[in-house]
Write a protein that binds this ligand. Structure first.
Ligand code: 1DF
Ligand code: MN
Length: 351
């Protein structure tokens, strides 16, 4: 152990964790009911069939910790030197639910409950809005309420909604509202849609180990290549888990995107105002959730810029205090480290 982990800025920066998950019992029960009735998609069955019922130490810990937005979580933050946490309703939010009225109710109740916790710990907890993309118009109203009444700092959408992606026209009001309200849009992974999951469950690769990044980076690429950021130049898309791998691949993504455009290969892909490098440096923000890995963080800083990369722990899915020490000791400049742990989050989430 190189140093003690304390809150309060003893190392010259506060630590703000930006992709921290919680759940409500109501959400959990609704998802588990779908799983038990055999109505959930395969990705949800794989995830929540496991997290909801496995007796292992890991899943028991995660279940208990997801449901707590009180003293247990504060204690875990104190013990790992985390000053502030940006909290979002855990994946898949309400997006696996088929009954739209139920999805709206659970999302709204979760926002109210999170608001109460943020009021109880005003210098520790910050809220992300939960919506039900199944009903885009309702979600727009909830985005307004979340920003204007609840004082929340962004919205987390857990990737696809029943296999549909945010570049599809029915979701345009949500994108427009995020841009109008200046709310960052955090796209977080969830179980893969039936149309994509293939044999990934059989291979043991559908979840956070691999499948999440495949599907969420696909989602982001759909937004990047269909002109969303030409329509909404101020919109900020947030991606966790090392930006789901995109910065590492950016040269090839951009080269092949241009090559496809030049040769008119795909009717849907139209010329954009900028190249993919521009959007990654002006409209995409990254966190290192689950990825306390120097080479990945340094690559993101180099590719996207030091103002666009933020710290996240991914509590309670990855609660490893030693990883915080590792990040404290990362060989980037002191100024970059302060941006990474503190000031980028303050800026982009408006804390
Ligand atoms: C896992 C990880 C599952 C994350 C999650 O949602 C999740 C996991 C069910 O480890 O299986 O959100 N995560 O964000 O790291
Ligand atoms: Mn996460």
């Amino acid at each position: 152990m190189t140093h003690a982990l304390k809150t309060g800025g003893d190392r010259g920066y506060l630590r703000i964790a930006t992709e921290e998950a919680w759940a409500t019992q109501e959400q959990f029960d609704a998802i588990m009911r779908l799983v038990k009735e055999g109505r959930a998609d395969e990705g949800t069955v794989s995830l929540w069939g496991f997290y909801g019922s496995s007796p292992s130490e890991r899943t028991t810990f995660i279940r208990e910790r997801l449901l707590d937005i009180g003293e247990l979580r504060i204690q875990a933050m104190d013990e790992s030197g985390i000053d502030k946490a940006v909290l979002a309703l855990t994946s898949p939010g309400v997006q696996s639910i088929f009954d739209v009225e139920e999805a709206r109710r659970i999302a709204r109740n979760s926002n109210d409950k999170l608001k109460a916790a943020c009021e109880r710990y005003p210098d520790r907890f910050y809220g992300m809005i939960a919506v039900a993309p199944q009903d885009a118009e309702w979600s727009v109203g909830e985005l307004h309420r979340g920003k204007e009444e609840l004082g929340f700092h962004g919205v987390q959408i857990n990737s696809h909604t029943h296999g549909h992606y945010l570049d599809e026209p029915q979701f345009e009001p949500i994108l427009r509202a995020c841009a109008d309200l200046d709310l960052p849009l955090y796209i977080h992974p969830q179980g893969l849609p039936d149309a994509m999951i293939g044999d990934m469950v059989g291979a043991g690769l559908d979840g956070a180990i691999f499948g999440f990044a495949v599907e969420t980076s696909y989602h982001a690429m759909r937004l990047l290549t269909t002109g969303v950021f030409d329509r909404y130049p101020n919109l900020q898309l947030m991606l966790g888990h090392g930006c789901e791998g995109l910065p590492y691949m950016l040269y090839r993504l951009d080269y092949m995107h241009k090559a496809g455009l030049r040769s008119g290969r795909y009717p849907r892909l139209k010329p954009l105002q900028h190249d993919l490098f521009h959007y990654m440096r002006n409209n995409v923000l990254a966190t290192n959730s689950g990825l306390p890995f120097g080479p990945a963080i340094k690559t993101m800083i180099e590719v996207m810029g030091e103002d666009r990369v933020m710290y996240a722990m991914d509590y309670p899915y990855q609660y490893v205090p030693d990883e915080v020490r590792l990040m404290d000791d990362l060989d980037i400049t002191a100024a970059q480290k302060k941006k990474f742990f503190q000031t980028n989050a303050e800026r982009w989430f408006k804390l």
